[in-house]
Design a protein around this ligand. Structure first.
Ligand SMILES: [Zn+2]
Length: 496
């Protein structure tokens, strides 16, 4: 009570004089952004709006040199903050002034600016670094993939630590300029559009720009001997693809699939709305890993995806992610169903289009293929846990849940939801709960029980909950749809 004897203004003024700013309210940003699946991923205290990465890479020795310039804004009174990074840092500057830095945790670069930064301050962080990415690991693994002629950074949920410092979580999306110098005769591939190239003293520099918000894990780099093709889809979307010159027997099938990117982007636009980015495309390096990944605007495909011939299904899956995952990104990694359930469902729609089995037939087949005691049903697509994040159930049971939603709300509402969602949350982040709310709003139906049954129960949905799936009423086991094997082989991270 006695404080009331002092005028509030006078108290504030005396506090400001008496206590140095850093001791009053300034504190370090959190070493993680708050994702329960990955507590150390991302960081607190600031929000990045743009990354400018100026790199030089020597494929023979795997030596990477870089200067990363991050434009960000503080979100608290900040005495110190982290970036997620593994390479060797030689200098850090914050707003032009040298900052001190140290490493901590598994992948934290702790930066202490010369002066504490008040909340809401625009900051420019420059990090100079170098290193041999293939010699670095965290948690005992590396997602930097060397190839005979270069390297590839394309992985999930972590890929950035090996090549640029970042706030490594989809919650902090930003635009990118990625400029990479490589020896003449070698190409560098990244996201967005190729703004220019220049050559000097045996090195060629590739300047890529991705001008829409992009998650860190969707930012990709590939260096190698590539053949780059360009074109424009009938719908007007510029397409840039790249193929390793060393794909051998897979070369024809890779091109016969990925060269259809423009056609498939236009086809998917019919379901999901206008393509959200300035360019589309994919690249096929000569990696030995088996998966594909929806790296924004420029999809990564392992050559193994084409080992059995052309595969438009995987192209449809990764392009569907451009809307479901890239344009609208997850809020936390537990929301992975919004990515994988819908990218898988797009494959089902493509199967139907190709006359290789309807979405309902594929749903029936998934439902019938897994008996009630199959561990498949213990994975909850709506919250699978970090160990099961990319389990096949997230894909197949996830798409089954999408079909259950379709049957519950009817085709008109379902396709309105499918197309409206990317527009409603454009370039943002959303959770499974947000999706349920949106679907309820569009359909006018309460959907809590449906979502709970299909996404959040560790058991096989039984009749009457399964009434929406026709197989629950069928007496004979459904035949395997023609597209089944190809679709089943598309499972980001685990295919091949
Ligand atoms: Zn996927």
């Amino acid at each position: 009570m006695h404080r009331r004897l002092i005028a509030p203004g006078a108290l504030a003024a005396s506090l400001l004089l008496a206590i140095p700013a850093s001791a009053a309210s300034y504190s370090p940003g959190a070493p993680g952004i708050g994702d329960p699946y990955y507590p150390a991923y991302g960081n607190g205290g600031y929000d990045v709006s743009h990354y400018d990465l100026r790199l030089k890479y020597q494929p023979q020795t795997d030596e990477l040199e870089g200067t990363a310039t991050l434009l960000a804004t503080t979100t608290q009174d900040l005495s110190r903050f982290d970036l997620d990074f593994l390479l060797d840092v030689s200098e850090v500057r914050v707003n032009g002034a040298k900052a001190s830095f140290a490493t901590s945790g598994r992948h934290e670069l702790e930066i202490t600016p010369a002066k504490p930064l008040p909340k809401g301050t625009p900051i420019t962080v420059v990090v100079r670094y170098s290193g041999v990415p293939s010699t670095k690991s965290a948690y005992g693994f590396s997602t930097w993939h060397r190839t005979p002629d270069g390297a590839v950074a394309a992985d999930e949920p972590e890929a950035a630590w090996w090549w640029y410092p970042s706030n490594d979580h989809p919650l902090d999306k930003a635009t990118y300029d990625v400029s990479v110098a490589v020896p003449d005769g070698t190409q560098a591939i990244s996201n967005g559009t190729l703004q220019s190239t220049s050559s000097r003293l045996g090195w060629t520099r590739y300047n890529w720009r991705s001008n829409k918000p992009q998650a860190t894990y969707l930012t990709t780099l590939a260096v190698g001997r590539f053949d780059i093709t360009t074109g424009t889809s009938e719908g007007g979307v510029p397409v840039v693809n790249a193929y390793s010159k060393d794909l051998g027997d897979n070369d024809g099938a890779a091109r016969a699939s990925v060269e259809r990117t423009g056609e498939l982007v236009d086809w998917l636009s019919g379901y999901f709305g206008p393509y959200p980015f300035s360019s589309a495309g994919g690249y096929v390096p000569n990696t030995t890993t088996g998966y594909a990944l929806e790296t924004q605007t420029r999809v990564y495909y392992s050559p193994k995806q084409f080992a059995n011939g052309s595969n438009t299904s995987v192209v449809v899956h990764e392009l569907a992610h451009q809307w479901y995952g890239d344009d609208v990104s997850l809020k936390g990694w537990k929301d992975i169903w919004i990515n994988e359930g819908f990218a898988r469902y797009a494959q089902w729609l493509w199967s139907e289009h190709e006359g290789e089995g309807t979405a309902q037939e594929l749903a029936d087949y998934v439902y019938a293929s897994h008996p009630a005691d199959d561990a498949f049903w213990t994975v909850k697509p709506g919250d699978p846990g970090p160990d099961n994040q990319f389990d096949i159930a997230v894909y197949d049971r996830g798409a089954l849940a999408v079909q259950a939603l379709r049957n519950e709300v009817g085709d008109d509402a379902f396709f309105a939801i499918l197309k409206g969602w990317p527009k409603d949350h454009a370039y943002g982040n959303a959770s499974v709960g947000d999706f349920q709310k949106y679907a309820e709003q569009v359909s006018g139906k309460p959907l809590a029980a449906l979502f709970d049954t299909w996404l959040f129960q560790p058991t096989k949905p039984a009749a009457p909950a399964a009434r929406t799936v026709s197989i629950a009423k069928a007496s004979a086991a459904p035949a395997q749809p023609k597209s089944w094997k190809r679709i089943a082989a598309t499972n980001d991270l685990h295919a091949g």
